[in-house]
Design a protein around this ligand. Structure first.
Ligand code: SIN
Length: 516
């Protein structure tokens, strides 16, 4: 079925769809009525502001299609104001003693803990994420505030004797890069802000955040946390805009010579465009772009453990993570056993509105995402794959639902093996030898995360070295942690986030030659 036919099919679905909502799920503007972290203005220079022309755009619940709120649809005008506010605050923030910067981050961490349920609720309503996963993301996201509050105190440099002169010293200091623009995605609306902003603030950089148009409410809720923590005006700014204005707001951030750093998480094509724009001012840049993760199961693996790992790795966030398994390669000796166990698990997945705690999968973010999954399923089947579970849209649940799906015997050249799906589709391809699977795994242009299951020690060393990915899970399907450097190789990006290395992305090394 072509892209146009799938879109036409989606449009003709019964409207309004017969929603399978749990009684505890509120809908539309009522949904977040009692949530005191809900904001409908953007946050610039310590003030809650509208767009200069008063324009707004709607934020929708992807599970129902209902409008949740309207927020300012800002343009380059307000973006420049935010950059100006951050530039004015930059010197003061850079000079704020380390312990004070650390205390601000600790305060933000405490406030996130105290408001965790409201943050999780906002996230589930605007991103569709099941509530248990939103609660998990609040904890995961907050681990970056905690981590970087600690790292802030450990910023240090080096001092060395001069190699030949008695009265000279070399000194190397770390200084904040300066105003940092953070462009964040909808799939982890909280953690991608805390992972970037935690490091930036700890290093002494003021931030201008542009959240994805699908999930601005979580970003604004974090701005409320920054306000409650009494961060000085201009240190933390959030500019909201619709898809229509996203390009001009992004360009303003990339082309401004007052912005010294861009950190972007999102698609590879957009990342490449921003990368080239940043060249005009030679900005520091971190890019966390698309992946197409291989998930390899060797004959020696513990099959139950591998099936469990594949479920978490593939279906977390309804398959909408950059690091989720996209291509599942299983060796011939255990192929049938793995596929039948995986089919059982996929068929048992319950999906529906994320606020119903019994659901482990929610909707996809929008119609474009549903169309892509359907295309990948249809393409795999047209090339001989067998449909074992799901395979169809689920309009009776809401406009953006797709059934958790498993296809087996997928051809190596199927679309799903070439492109990231970003949805609840598990696609399994059989392989025979280690060399064959390594070459299939490395055949793509991206290299974010890769996973494999094996109980052969020599193979574990060989394969983890041979895979061309920035992060590798060995007998482990969920690898993200504030302690570990997150990032990819090849077209998956540049730079690392989180961990002891993440703060370096927001620091310049300055060398001082002291002669006395
Ligand atoms: C992502 O999908 O971009 C982030 C996933 C993670 O941090 O685990």
């Amino acid at each position: 079925m072509s892209y146009m036919m799938i879109r036409a099919g989606l449009r003709s679905l019964s409207v309004p769809a017969k929603l399978q909502l749990n009684r505890m799920v509120r809908t539309g503007v009522d949904a977040l009525r009692n949530n005191t972290l809900l904001a409908s203005q953007a946050y610039i220079n310590g003030k809650w502001v509208t767009a200069e022309n008063k324009a707004t755009f709607e934020v929708y619940d992807p599970a129902t299609g209902d409008s949740l709120a309207a927020v300012p649809d800002m343009t380059s005008t307000e973006t420049e104001e935010a950059i100006k506010a951050a530039s004015c605050a930059q010197n003061g923030w850079a000079k704020t003693p380390l312990k004070e910067r650390s205390a601000f981050l600790t305060k933000m961490k405490t406030l996130v803990d105290e408001n965790s349920e409201m943050l999780a609720e906002i996230m589930t309503y605007e991103s569709g994420k099941p509530i248990a996963e939103s609660r998990g993301e609040v904890k995961y996201g907050n681990s970056f505030f905690e981590w970087f509050a600690e790292e802030a105190k450990r910023i240090r440099g080096d001092a060395m004797l001069h190699p030949v002169k008695r009265d000279s010293r070399y000194m190397i200091v770390r200084q904040p890069v300066g105003v940092s623009a953070l462009i964040t995605p909808w799939n982890f609306p909280l953690a991608m802000i805390t992972r970037k902003a935690g490091a930036a603030l700890a290093a002494g950089c003021c931030v201008v955040i542009k959240p994805a148009e699908d999930t601005p409410l979580t970003a604004l809720a974090i701005a409320k946390i920054a306000e409650k923590a009494k961060l000085p005006a201009g240190v933390f700014n959030v500019v909201t805009c619709s898809r229509k204005n996203a390009e001009s707001v992004g360009e303003t951030l990339c082309l401004s010579s007052d912005v010294r750093k861009l950190s972007f998480t999102g698609s590879t094509p957009v990342g490449k465009h921003l990368y080239s724009l940043c060249g005009s001012t030679v900005k520091r840049i971190s890019l966390e772009l698309g992946g197409n993760a291989p998930f390899i199961v060797f004959d020696s693996a513990d099959v139950d453990k591998a099936v469990q790992g594949a479920m978490g790795c593939k279906f977390r966030n309804t398959g909408q993570t950059c690091v989720c398994a996209n291509r599942i390669f299983v060796q011939s000796g255990i192929y049938n056993s793995f596929c039948s166990k995986l089919a059982e698990k996929v068929k048992s997945l319950k999906y529906g509105h994320g606020m119903d705690p019994t659901n482990s999968l929610g909707p996809l973010i929008n119609e474009r995402a549903v169309v892509k999954v359907k295309e990948h399923v249809d393409d795999a089947i047209s090339r001989g794959a067998a449909l074992q579970a799901g395979g169809h849209l689920a309009p009776e649940f809401g406009p953006n639902f797709f059934q958790p799906t498993l296809v087996t015997d997928v051809a190596v050249d199927a679309l799903v093996n070439r492109e990231e799906t970003f949805g609840p589709l598990a696609a399994v391809t059989k392989f025979e030898t280690e060399d064959e699977v390594i070459s299939m795994a490395n055949s793509v242009k991206v290299g974010l995360a890769g996973y494999f299951y094996s109980n052969n020690a020599a193979q574990i060393f060989r394969v983890s070295e041979a895979l061309e990915f920035g992060m590798i899970g060995v007998n482990e399907g969920v690898i993200s942690s504030e302690l570990a450097p997150f990032g990819g190789v090849k077209e998956s990006g540049v730079g690392r986030e989180g961990s002891m290395y993440g703060i370096e992305e927001y620091q310049e090394l300055k060398y001082v030659n002291l002669n006395f």
